[in-house]
Write a protein that binds this ligand. Structure first.
Ligand SMILES: Cc1ncc(COP(=O)(O)O)c(C=O)c1O
Length: 439
């Protein structure tokens, strides 16, 4: 595939989109230079763009499409529901069935509430913790992503604090963030249990919740350590602070999510992505007592929660089928495929003497490069976004995240590993040659 190609249909559509869509689109997080590729069709593990180019999708809509695209069983479930109505002001059997399925997956899950995005799930979990405890503040890790609720965005995309000079401070991500928001978010350093515990202790009396993505940071690139996770659990338990596990991504780790894999006991968990079968979704699930804030007594709930499309039946039907298909065997197979990709990428690094680290967990793999031929090295000695390598992979049929993260789906198999690794190897070699001939 020729990319970029100013004469392509995608380039033309992107130019046209500038007239009516800010940045030419609706998601800051998927923006790529110089233009977005427009998709004609996505089926199974492949995406075909409007110019007829086919890409193996190793992005899977940022971890959502756990069964790839247009899986016939999920399409069938969604279509049957579409033909019976797409939204009405009543409960649906699909909602109940998906709730039962999910609540059956972890002893931490008594009751669930559905909404339309992971962002909403995080927002409602934070509001639930405030409503339950009567306290205003939350704590979160510096540079951890939890969607776009003001409080969850604090101290995202910042230079990591040099802990020898002081503690992290709350920093605005969006311009215009009210000072009150910053004042109510306590920022802790990720994977630094001692310093984080001290900061949490200093704020214990005012904290409603500690919000944590238990799979770690950077889309599973860096795992949370056992010590760090244990410290969060202990702190919350000792101080009656709500432990919120944000498993919007992490839930793809296993049958009971990351919390099952790492034996965590959060009181609230936020879900999204895979549980919607490819449709918009979010959920807050957890301990019945804490979840009772959503329940009205004679007057109204401590946390009234509406939403026209909450638990919309199409999402529920598709999500139910998608999650039914995620048996323990399916998780095992998917995670083994993750191991195979990580092993393959490590072999590529060894063969090509590439300075870098193979990372990722479960069904997500990633690479952090440190070779100056492959991109701009950050102050910390890493290349998190190798535009050159990412582009080479696109040109040769692979769609990863710009941060060189690969997300696997159940419709992929080990036969996909070798061709991917061969392309990666030739990409690394070609970029090196280009750099050498430019010097
Ligand atoms: C850990 C985490 N929490 C929350 C969100 C927000 O989810 P959504 O994009 O559905 O709003 C994301 C999205 O990537 C996420 O990775």
């Amino acid at each position: 595939m020729k990319y970029p190609n100013p004469d392509s249909k995608s380039a033309a559509l992107f130019r046209q989109a500038q007239n009516v869509l800010t940045e030419g689109g609706s998601r800051s997080t998927i923006r790529i230079a110089p233009y977005s590729i427009y998709v004609r069709e996505a089926k199974g593990k492949y995406i075909t763009d409007v110019d007829g180019n086919k890409l193996l999708d190793l992005n899977n809509n940022y971890t959502s499409m756990i069964h790839g695209h247009a899986h016939p069983d999920i399409v069938d479930a969604a279509m049957r529901q579409i033909n019976r109505g797409t939204g009405y002001s009543f409960g649906s059997e699909a909602e109940l069935a998906l709730a039962e399925l999910l609540c059956g997956r972890s002893p931490n899950f008594d009751k669930i509430r559905f909404m339309n995005s992971g962002t909403e799930a995080v927002m409602n979990a934070i509001k639930a913790a405030r409503a339950y405890t009567g306290r205003p503040k939350i704590a979160k890790c510096e540079n951890s992503y939890h969607g776009s609720y003001d409080f969850a965005e604090v101290s995202l995309g910042v230079d990591p604090t040099d802990l020898s000079t002081g503690d992290p401070v709350s920093q605005a991500y969006s311009k215009g963030t009210p000072q009150g928001v910053l004042d109510d978010v306590v920022v802790i350093p990720f994977n630094e249990p001692e310093i984080a515990r001290r900061i949490l202790d200093e704020n214990a009396g005012e904290l409603a919740a500690v919000l944590i993505d238990p799979i770690g940071q950077g889309l599973a690139r860096i795992a949370a350590s056992d010590e760090f996770l244990a410290m969060i659990g202990q702190f919350c338990e000792q101080n009656d602070v709500i432990h919120i596990a944000d498993e919007v991504i992490a839930f793809r780790a296993g049958w009971s999510g990351l919390q099952g894999e790492r034996n965590l006991k959060p009181q609230l968990t936020t879900l999204g992505k895979i549980i919607g079968g490819g449709f918009p979704v979010g959920a807050v699930v957890g301990n019945a007592d804490v979840m009772s804030v959503f329940e009205a007594d004679e007057t109204r709930a401590k946390l009234p929660h509406g939403g026209t499309y909450n638990a919309n039946p199409v999402t529920m039907a598709a999500g139910l089928r998608a999650m039914e298909m995620m048996t323990t065997d399916a998780f095992t197979r998917l995670n083994q495929l993750g191991d195979a990709f990580r092993k393959g990428v490590q072999e590529v690094f060894d063969l090509s003497d590439t300075d870098g680290e193979v990372q990722g967990q479960y069904s997500i793999f990633s690479m952090t490069l440190s070779d100056p031929a492959l991109g701009d090295i950050s102050a910390r000695g890493h290349i998190y976004r190798s535009a050159g390598l990412h582009r080479y992979m696109v040109q040769n049929g692979y769609w990863m995240t710009p941060g060189m993260i690969g997300v696997l789906s159940t419709v992929m198999d080990t036969a996909d590993v070798a061709p991917f690794c061969e392309t990666l190897l030739s990409g690394i070699r070609e970029l090196r040659e280009q750099k050498a001939s430019a010097a």
